[in-house]
Design a protein around this ligand. Sequence first.
Ligand SMILES: [Fe+2]
Length: 206
Amino acid sequence: MFFAQIGIGSMENFSYLFADENSKEGMLIDPAFDHEKLCQVIKKESINLTRIVLTHHHYDHVNAANAVKARTGAEIFCHRETVGLLRGGAAHDKLIDDGDHFMVGENEVKVIHTPGHAPGSLCLIVADRWLITGDTLFVGDCGRSDLPGGDFAALFGSLQKIKQLPDHLIVCSGHNYGSEKLRQLGDEKRLNPVLLAPDLEAFKKC
Ligand SMILES: [Fe+2]
């Protein structure tokens, strides 16, 4: 499967682009700041973009979604709790929720609802290889829960969900905030204090 981690904007954001090797059907996660840059990669790789997925509603993850949609015809997917919070940067076409599966060409994508950083935060497992975590989990840390709609206890619960996932998944986070741009979930479980915290009290001290 084609995979690209695209650093974008002035807030160290990452957008992610996936495409099926044969059919060229593609999916873009969290388009922001620079639709030209994203569309150039889509064009260069001859990708037929059918889906734009928003991991959550924050402006720095969605503000190029409408522009990419206009250029490619892709539909915008997000969680129902994201819809009412989207402002100015993205419309939405279809809802996705915890437990949903869909295909990008021959590749399965699984949806996990991980509230806490934002109420509609989603993680995605792509082709049993990549774990898109948005701002829920970063390399070596997690997202904040003190923004409007954030929930500290829910974030801890979502991190416990992520801890149950297989070690071989590659964590693809929403910002370049860590010591590495990508790291296996097994290493996060071993090294990331927010995943090592056994309970809420310990998590508070992270
Ligand atoms: Fe965020």
